[in-house]
Design a protein around this ligand. Structure first.
Ligand code: SF4
Length: 327
């Protein structure tokens, strides 16, 4: 097991390039919400709004931009979408999110190195450096109460990062781009997001890879997890005029890769689905009607305490799912 010790707890990172990347990625991870052009309220203000209620609070009247992850929110549960994107209720960052952000930074940086330097020890160093930068940001400062908690989290995180090296050999990979900012018009809406990695296979076909630091869901739920990646494939086709051949979800938590092939027919269907979703979101906004859609995914939801539907679902099942596959 790699060590997670000094200098991770110091503020000694000299690499300003990395610091600027940290800022960009942390900003980007909340970009989806901000670019949805919605107005924010506090949690207590939002809780006071009933469906269809007239209020003096300013509310968004339209939808101009959308991110793949916010589109996935609405598809999963319109009330979740409302809490996150309309009411913009602050969510407390979790240790899982912190691990995900630091891991994405480390993997992005890894592929900026010459192939022969992409070693395990360098990857661990990159993770430590990424966390050293993140831990002092507004979002993540105060995440851990004690140094011991932080250290235990760090050691566990390095174990998760080590799993990456069991899934592929970074020496043999030459990504076309990492953390690629996408912004494309699809019909009458702009879709924006950040794509983890775009590769070109030796046969010339494009592959989109998305890293997850959690564990893979059971296979019967795997296809649902590709929803956002299919939107990214649509954006890639729109920007580069090339249809990706493959989408990959790489779960570092339990060293699992799910992969599906892509076709133009699939992406045409995705485009229709996306436009229908945008219409449904606009209708929901105009009526301020976002019904909750409880499911096993409620186990991951940050808004359980204010959701009127959460108490009515099988919480035990949701919590068990959360414990086993927390992302
Ligand atoms: S707890 Fe479930 S039903 Fe309620 S907002 Fe969250 S995902 Fe939707």
């Amino acid at each position: 097991m790699p060590e997670f010790a000094e200098p991770v707890f110091g503020y000694t990172v000299q690499d300003h390039w990395l610091l600027s990347r940290v800022t960009r990625i942390v900003t980007a991870m909340s970009l989806a919400t901000r670019t949805d052009q919605f107005l924010g309220h506090t949690r207590s203000e939002a809780c006071g709004h009933a469906e269809g209620e007239t209020t003096s609070e300013p509310r968004p009247s339209t939808l101009e931009t959308l991110s793949p992850s916010r589109a996935a929110d609405f598809k999963q549960c319109p009330r979740l979408f409302r809490f996150r994107s309309i009411d913009r209720i602050p969510e407390t960052p979790s240790t899982y999110q912190a691990r995900g952000t630091a891991a994405h930074l480390a993997l992005e940086r890894l592929f900026d190195l010459p192939a022969e330097k992409r070693t395990a020890s360098r990857l661990f160093d990159l993770f430590r450096e990424a966390w050293t930068s993140l831990r002092s940001t507004t979002e993540y400062s105060g995440l851990f109460e004690t140094m011991e908690e932080e250290r235990a989290w760090g050691i566990e995180s390095l174990g998760v990062i080590a799993n990456y090296l069991t899934l592929e050999d970074p020496v043999s990979i030459s990504p076309l781009d990492s953390e690629l900012e996408m912004s494309e018009e699809v019909g009458d809406i702009v879709i924006r997001g950040i794509l983890d990695r775009l590769d070109e296979r030796p046969d010339g076909h494009l592959v989109i890879t998305d890293y997850k630091t959690g564990s893979a869901p059971p296979e019967r739920f795997a296809l649902t997890a590709f929803f956002a990646l299919k939107i990214y494939a649509l954006l890639v086709r729109s920007r580069f005029g090339r249809t990706p051949a493959e989408l990959r979800l790489m779960y570092l938590g339990n060293s699992t890769v799910y992969s599906i092939p892509v076709s133009d027919r699939m992406l045409d269907g995705m485009e229709r689905q996306l436009l229908a979703l945008a219409t449904a979101i606009r209708r929901a906004i105009s009526r301020y009607n976002f019904p909750p859609r409880p499911s096993v995914l409620c186990g991951w939801c940050s808004f359980q305490d204010i959701c009127p539907a959460f108490a009515g679902i099988d919480n035990r099942q949701a919590r068990e799912t959360q414990l086993t596959t927390n992302n």
